[in-house]
Design a protein around this ligand. Sequence first.
Ligand SMILES: Nc1ncnc2c1ncn2[C@@H]1O[C@H](COP(=O)(O)OP(=O)(O)OP(=O)(O)O)[C@@H](O)[C@H]1O
Ligand SMILES: [Mg+2]
Length: 356
Amino acid sequence: MSSPEVARYPVVEQTPREEPPVPNDDSATVLDAEVKVSAEDVDIVPEASDSFVSTPYVESLTARALTYMDVGYALHFAGPAGTGKTTLAFHVASKRGRPVVLIHGDDEYASSDLVGKDSGYHKSKLVDNYIHSVMKTEESLSRIWEDQRLTTACIKGYTLIYDEFNRSRPEANNVLLSVLEGKILNLPNLRRSGEGNLHVHEDFRAILTSNPEEYAGVHKTQDALLDRLITINLGHLDRETEIAIAMAKSGLPRPDAETIVDIIRELRGVGVNNHRPTIRAGIAIARILAHHQGSAQIGDSTFETICHDVLNTDTAKITHQGQSLMVEKVQETIRNVCGEPAGRSKDRRRRERERK
Ligand SMILES: Nc1ncnc2c1ncn2[C@@H]1O[C@H](COP(=O)(O)OP(=O)(O)OP(=O)(O)O)[C@@H](O)[C@H]1O
Ligand SMILES: [Mg+2]
């Protein structure tokens, strides 16, 4: 049995999908079947990386989530991009001290990608030549069933993180209904050998994430599934957490991180999408600025250029009479946030209070 791999969050690697081997024999001659649990290599033990920040905001959400999970409920973190859903899911899972099985929602998934499927055939041949004049041969083909991640998590009592589950089609996710409600994993039509219905391990828990704002490549979530989850709606991280993240990810001093975070937070109030720029833009500006050894000040031309380039995508849609207002808007925000002389003006303090 291989020991689980350690995954350091908040950096999460995408697990590639593996195609099952194509059977090279005629399936009509199947005689028996065997079951193989092969998802061990996807077990991971989450561990906070050096850049993970724990603030009162993060810890209060974690405590809330753990309370619901202790009682036995599955969790659902819902919120716009960049609100820390995936990172929080890992953090909460790490507190449970159980290995984690990670699935990323995928439009091409069928139920079998979650629970398992026949992955090939095992052929065996017996040649009996005990009496040299008589030769008896016996051939058999057995179907190999391979458990997929959901089944492994249910059997072993792991924590399942199903990231962006609404990218998978609702019919693929239906298998979760009986798992979450009756604690039964129902596989009769898929698993042609072994048990058709598996009792879910008492330590099994699920944490799902989704972005309800997303409209490209996602599916409407069925009410039946939502009804079995406790949904915690996440808005943007609070200012303090965003500053701590910008500092941890870039090594910039606090005043620079504050300025950057204040710029992105102020820009969220501009235009039609109040969710962008996300903290990812803040992290990008902070990291590039640190790399250039610049500082977040109005006279620093490198800083202003970085802001314009990074925030370009987020503000490009803001137009006036067909003209993009982007450059002006970013410039105005930089001036607003750091245009005052040293120390904070009354105006800036008022804006901060309003943003909190
Ligand atoms: N507590 C934290 N400590 C350090 N970094 C964090 C923390 N929370 C979030 N981040 C960072 O903020 C960014 C967004 O976080 P995350 O990917 O978890 O958000 P998300 O809501 O899952 O976004 P998406 O919907 O786009 O997948 C990432 O770069 C992540 O590393
Ligand atoms: Mg995510």
